[in-house]
Design a protein around this ligand. Structure first.
Ligand SMILES: CC(C)(COP(=O)(O)OP(=O)(O)OC[C@H]1O[C@@H](n2cnc3c(N)ncnc32)[C@H](O)[C@@H]1OP(=O)(O)O)[C@@H](O)C(=O)NCCC(=O)NCCS
Length: 252
């Protein structure tokens, strides 16, 4: 499974074709962005009033094929059948980058949808406001935010960060995006001299990154239990001791 990207142009050669685009495009865009596998769908008139630039992103080939099938039977297809289309289509990989000042809203919306409630999105927002977002990574595809992971500083016997939360948009899961976000975070944490990462979650998922319940033995946190896991980035055994989370966690 891979992301699908399509770019190109829609080129009208008559006033009637141009009129057909103007009349049917808003409904076509509206129906497409409601498809669960559509990640972005941008069709904009270029400087030439007869030409529209097209930029589309879908979560998978199956989602793109479903879009094509729906479109083929739509009023848009019937009205714009004769219009010339010059498209390039291919597989794409999201880019993992640190969040920018304009990402907060998209991260919040994506996180709330991924978790089915506001708590985790509110945690990220509170960490950001409090200056406790040590690292915030976004998986980007075009203008879409497909996934996010946050790391925040802990008060601990060694320099340590908490990994939480991590989420990926539902139609884009099981493509390795969560793995890429977490691996990138681990690499940056190590480069910044972080000695330990802590996470609360399913050991079946976090075990693949080297987190273990055993490594967290001896750490005292408000979240002690079978879901607390640690990863030593220095390779050294983590010393026992008290761990304090940033205040924003208390509200979760
Ligand atoms: C967890 C999550 C971030 C994984 O994202 P992803 O991009 O699908 O992850 P990857 O593609 O890198 O890895 C997918 C693998 O993780 C497994 N996995 C996903 N969630 C899991 C979970 N909660 N427990 C155990 N395994 C899990 C999948 O079964 C899959 O296994 P496979 O590789 O053996 O097929 C995503 O499922 C998500 O956003 N879930 C909702 C939010 C959430 O629960 N976050 C984690 C809180 S602890």
């Amino acid at each position: 499974m891979a992301l699908i990207q399509l770019t190109g142009h829609l080129i009208c050669t008559s006033a009637a074709e141009r009129q057909a685009v103007l009349a049917h495009l808003p409904a076509h865009i509206g129906a497409t962005v409601r498809e669960p596998g559509c990640l972005f769908f941008d069709i904009a008139q270029s400087a030439d009033p007869m030409v529209w630039t097209v930029s589309e992103g879908f979560a998978s080939r199956a989602d793109f094929d479903a879009h094509q099938a729906r479109t083929a039977a739509s009023p848009w297809a019937a009205a714009t059948r004769t219009i010339k289309r010059v498209y390039e289509m291919g597989e794409a990989t999201p880019e993992i980058t640190t969040e920018t000042t304009t990402d907060a809203r998209a991260i919040g919306l994506m996180t709330q949808t991924a978790f089915g409630g506001p708590d985790e999105a509110q945690l990220i927002a509170a960490l950001r406001t409090d200056g406790d977002l040590a690292l915030s990574l976004v998986a980007r595809f075009g203008r879409a935010c497909l996934g996010h992971v946050a790391f925040s500083p802990l008060t601990a016997p060694v320099k340590a960060w908490a990994l939480a939360p991590v989420s990926v948009r539902k139609p884009c899961r099981r493509q390795g995006i969560g793995t890429d976000l977490i691996r990138a975070g681990i690499q940056i944490a190590r480069a910044q001299g972080v000695e330990a990462l802590l996470v609360l979650g399913d050991p079946a998922y976090y075990g693949r990154f080297g987190f273990s319940v055993a490594a967290a033995q001896g750490l005292r946190t408000p979240y002690d239990g079978p879901h607390l896991q640690a990863l030593s980035l220095s390779g050294a055994h983590l010393p026992a001791g008290e761990i304090t989370y940033p205040p924003a966690f208390a509200a979760l």
